[in-house]
Design a protein. Structure first.
Length: 308
């Protein structure tokens, strides 16, 4: 398990790299199939998702290429060849081969959703308020705390929830947030009147939304024991187990990676390569000198092109 994904419970998700990848039409829908040779042939490569910190960054890079005009089928095939399908069941086809299948549409929707969440997480932990605001719409109501009958709460009828009032605030803003493409997701919270605390309000809303989206996938993990140990002392028996949390498909394991990062709250996401890293300084944006120089080169080219 990679040190990036340190967690109180050991996590695992063994995955198989496909032997070959192809797209076939099934009932008029393009489906990507990953063929896997049987285990006894030893012709495939296996890896554990939690040993690979680069999987989500590579998925983000793939989605960006497609959004910038890249060939969707070609880029997805290339990524699946390296890491496998996001989800699907292993079956034996009519030719006796083992394979997994997932529609291009399903794969793209899952990849795009994870891409959105990763970027929102990146903007949140990197304290990039302007980028967060591009994902979030906000409506506000302002309450006069003196007119609230000396209560510490505001009852919001629409959401049937109570919102805690900040201390010593005369005017209190209650904000309703809508997050990027998921217009069905709403969250109400107190927006601090002090503009210097605006970032904090947005960060809380974004993190709650990310956790809301993660929970469905994390709940699919299978908790079991890795080993059982027995010790005896003064006619007493002591049993100890090593717990392990397993995930069958790649998609659920990637959401667990994101969940683990959220439990730490110490890492930032590099704005160039999208990998998590520990910043030595609060204002550090890049994980390495290489990424810093890449960003510097991009800024130079942008200024040069703007001057032409």
């Amino acid at each position: 398990m990679h040190k990036t994904f340190s967690f109180p419970i050991l996590c695992e998700s063994p995955q198989v790299k496909p032997d070959s990848v192809e797209v076939r039409n099934v009932n008029g829908e393009p489906v990507i199939f990953a063929s896997i040779n049987p285990p006894e042939s030893h012709a495939f490569e296996a890896y554990d998702v939690f040993d690979k910190v680069e999987i989500i960054p590579s998925l983000v890079k793939m989605v960006e290429k497609i959004k910038n005009g890249g060939n969707k089928k070609k880029e997805i095939k290339k990524w699946v060849k390296e890491w496998g399908l996001l989800k699907g069941s292993l079956i034996k086809n009519e030719f006796g081969q083992y394979e997994m299948g997932q529609s291009i549409d399903s794969f793209w929707k899952e990849a795009e959703k994870l891409y959105d969440l990763w970027n929102l997480y990146k903007h949140t932990v990197n304290r990039d308020l302007e980028s967060i605001k591009k994902h979030v719409q906000k409506k506000e109501k302002i309450y006069d705390s003196h007119a609230l009958s000396d209560t510490d709460f505001i009852y919001d009828e629409e959401s049937d929830t109570y919102l805690l009032l900040p201390e010593s605030e005369l005017k209190v803003k209650v904000a309703e947030f809508f997050l990027f493409s998921n217009k069905d997701y709403k969250a109400k919270d107190i927006a601090i009147s002090d503009e210097s605390e605006e970032l904090v309000a947005y960060q809380y809303i974004c993190m709650r939304y990310i956790l809301n989206q993660i929970e469905e996938h994390v709940s699919k993990g299978i908790l079991r024991h890795y080993w059982l140990k027995r010790d005896s002392y003064q006619e007493k028996d002591y049993f100890k187990i090593e717990p392990i949390l397993s995930f069958d498909n790649l998609l659920d394991a990637l959401y667990m990676q994101l969940f683990i990062l959220l439990t730490e709250n110490e890492k930032k996401i590099c704005v160039i390569c999208n990998k998590p890293f520990f910043p030595e300084r609060k204002d550090k944006k890049y994980c390495s000198e290489t990424c810093y120089l890449t960003a510097k080169s991009r800024r130079y080219r942008a200024r040069k092109n703007a001057a032409v």
